[in-house]
Write a protein that binds this ligand. Sequence first.
Ligand code: C2E
Ligand code: MG
Ligand code: MG
Ligand code: MG
Length: 281
Amino acid sequence: RAKSLGKARHAVFDKEMHTRAVSLLQLENDLRRAVERQELQIYYQPIVSLRSNQITGFEALLRWNHPVHGIVSPLEFIPVAEETGLIIPIGYWVLHEACHQTHIWQEQFTASPLSININFSGKQFAQPDLIKQIDRILQETSLPGQSLKIEITESVLIENADLAANMLAQLKKLGIQVYIDDFGTGYSSLSYLHSFPIDALKIDRSFVKRMGRDNENPELVKTITRMAHNLNMNVVAEGIETSEQLTQIQALECEYGQGYFFSQPLHKEAATALIQQNVFV
Ligand code: C2E
Ligand code: MG
Ligand code: MG
Ligand code: MG
């Protein structure tokens, strides 16, 4: 198409491509230094028991506080980190920081030990020494394996089934739970998932978003929840933003909820203050 637009347009197109390539390279360079410059930060979003209305744990969500661009979303830089392999050191940094913080909370709030959910991308999950590294980080931070939950998407399991089955078996031995993130957006074959030791499904927020307005029928979420329960999996509803959505989700007997209705992802100090209150009524 560029050709038919003539030479002048073509030159502009090339220049745009060039600019984009340069800014991607720049981004990669900046990201490389972000860890040592302490520009990466972890935000914590509460996961709430829908029975007790209490926080049971947090999901760790990465943020990059770029010196020029300000806060950069993980949706922008995780793909770059994946492509360059930087996701590996960054991922272990997240794991270490978040496990350390969770252990601090467990010491501080002994009544009910909080857990931590960590996102793992396909490349991270395919690391041959993944289990060894996780085990090391658990030792270093004194966090029990039972307090760690790893979130992966269906595609990570399905595109690499043999490797994934082996990883999951080893994670189980450490007491670590595995959650399927963004459930409903991928293959969504519950019977297939059943062949893996999965502890919980996180229903993607696009489904929750449609609930609680326009009298939309929550049939799909209801079906997923019922099937998950039949397979002995718990269900987390992602992206709950309104009390109407919460009411509908609670009626479906989902175990856990997460979303702006309860809280945005928070700095660790703000998260600590929230635990101190620890009830959403
Ligand atoms: P995710 O794991 O599905 O995380 C949930 C996303 O939904 C987060 O976006 C969160 O801020 C957002 N969210 C939570 N509640 C609500 C709500 O009520 N409404 C709306 N509109 N959004 C809500 P975030 O923090 O931008 O993260 C985006 C994605 O980046 C994550 O999706 C995850 O896939 C990835 N990510 C984040 N941190 C890490 C990390 O440490 N490692 C890896 N590999 N991926 C990460
Ligand atoms: Mg997640
Ligand atoms: Mg998700
Ligand atoms: Mg997601």
